[in-house]
Design a protein around this ligand. Structure first.
Ligand code: AMP
Ligand code: MG
Length: 434
């Protein structure tokens, strides 16, 4: 665990008022400690869980050499006679699950095989059925010697997964193909990390929960719903602590009880310039605060650190803390760009960088160097295969409909300036992410 001192040193290298996004990501990554506890789960319950240890293949898959085609298995020696065509006697048949028990004479015989059937002893090559001519009584076949190469159309034992080799690595988030792969190894249960527990709440006197009447000046709390959904996608356990009023005592009680029951605590609101001081003073009494501001838009106010359930740092149970901005779009952007990777790391996963592709911007975009921007965009692939993107009409961090309308983030790098119409920009598609 990084100490407060090391941490302060690392933050001090940057302007604390505007930490570059890459620096913030490096710091948050360093602070993420994976949950240690492991659970054993049945295969069907393993989807989206994080593998706790390498899976070493106990068997060869496939277990025997087998045919990749419907055809005839024979020995490659039959191809070497120099004659333009090969004629072989059909001495038996092998189906998937029904091997041929006999032996095959090297240059004169073959066995009818179906896809998946074991390659009979003495055979190593399969000629597909559509390339052969059968005798009227099907007792023999003839095919052109150059129709097939020695060793063709044979799947080798262990070619999919070799016994003793790591089939899946620890840290993998289990997906559909992995369930099938584990089943192909005969494995019905695996060890996964326990799910990460993430508590979250909203702050703001103006917020109303669903079902409550909306008086003048109040708004429904939407952040708890986007947060819930984003967290669900990461398959973490969620703990919704509701809306907390803008009162230091209520905030302190909520944060400390959240730290007692969760690995990570996310809040939204209360970190913008007007409200930050109260929250900051409060957090400093029972937590280590790392940074408050990012050179990022949206998402400039973003607090990160560690809080404790006790009355001062080091007392009670710890939790990582993200104080997200209140604006609904900023919540989503900071979640995907900063929080998501930390949650994956803490879940024990080995996160892959989010894929970025290039697209031509169909509009000019204003951008000030010195901060990273994540604009909302609508991307489509042109008939010529090139991606094109248009920023959504509104880029306000309060306009959540811009997120629903968009299908990607347009990522404008820290040093980048204005983008001209037609210029290439980086985009991050929402597909599979949101
Ligand atoms: P704050 O960061 O607390 O100053 O909030 C910034 C803006 O986001 C204000 O307009 C808030 O009303 C709005 N806001 C804060 N929290 C939420 C929430 N949970 N749901 C919807 N809007 C919110
Ligand atoms: Mg507020």
């Amino acid at each position: 665990m990084t100490t407060q001192n090391e941490f302060s040193r690392c933050v001090a290298q940057y302007d604390p008022h505007a930490l570059p996004v890459s620096a913030a990501q490096a710091i948050t990554r360093e602070w993420a400690t994976p949950v240690a506890a492991v659970e054993r789960v049945a295969l069907r319950d393993a989807l989206d869980r994080v593998l706790a240890a390498d899976i070493v293949s106990p068997i060869d898959v496939p277990s025997h050499d087998n045919s990749a085609m419907d055809g005839y298995a024979f020995n490659r020696a039959a191809l070497t006679s120099g004659a333009p065509s090969v004629e072989l006697a059909v001495v038996g048949k092998a189906l998937a699950g029904h091997p041929f028990a006999g032996r095959v004479e090297a240059t004169a015989q073959c066995v009818r095989v179906m896809t998946g059937a074991c390659i009979p002893d003495g055979c190593d090559t399969v000629v597909p059925q559509e390339l052969v001519e059968r005798s009227a009584d099907s007792a023999s076949i003839r095919f052109a010697a150059d129709a097939v190469q020695a060793g063709a159309n044979r799947r080798l034992a262990g070619e999919d997964l070799a016994r003793g080799h790591a089939a899946l690595r620890a840290g993998r988030v289990i997906r559909a193909s992995d369930l099938g792969l584990l089943a192909s190894l005969g494995i019905g249960e695996i060890n996964v990390r326990r799910r990460l527990r993430v508590a979250f709440f909203s702050t703001g006197d103006e917020l109303r929960s669903l079902g409550e009447p909306l008086e003048a000046g109040s708004v429904y709390d939407s952040n708890r719903y986007t947060l819930f959904a984003m967290l669900r996608r990461l398959n973490v356990d969620t703990l919704d602590l509701g809306v907390i009023r803008d009162e230091p005592a209520a905030l302190e009680a909520a944060l400390r009880s959240a730290a007692a029951s969760a690995d990570v605590v996310l809040t939204s609101g209360g970190v913008s310039v007007g409200e930050a001081d109260v929250t900051r003073r409060l957090l400093q009494t029972f937590g280590d605060v790392a940074f408050w501001r990012l050179a990022m838009r949206p998402g400039r106010p973003l607090a990160f650190g560690r809080i404790w359930s006790g009355e001062r740092p080091g007392v009670g149970l710890p939790a990582l803390f993200f104080g997200l901005p209140g604006n609904p779009v900023a919540v989503m952007v900071t979640f995907y760009q900063i929080v998501r990777e930390v949650l994956l790391l803490m879940s024990g996963a080995t996160p892959q960088p989010l894929p970025v592709i290039h697209a031509a911007s169909l509009r000019s975009i204003r951008k000030r160097p010195g901060r990273t921007e994540f604009q909302r965009g609508i991307a489509a692939q042109h008939a010529n295969g090139q991606w094109q993107v248009t920023p959504t009409e509104s880029q306000s961090s309060g306009v959540l409909s811009s997120m629903s309308e968009a299908n990607c983030f347009i990522v404008l790098g820290h040093e980048d300036g204005d983008v001209a119409e037609g210029e290439r920009v980086s985009i991050m598609l929402f597909h599979g992410l949101i």
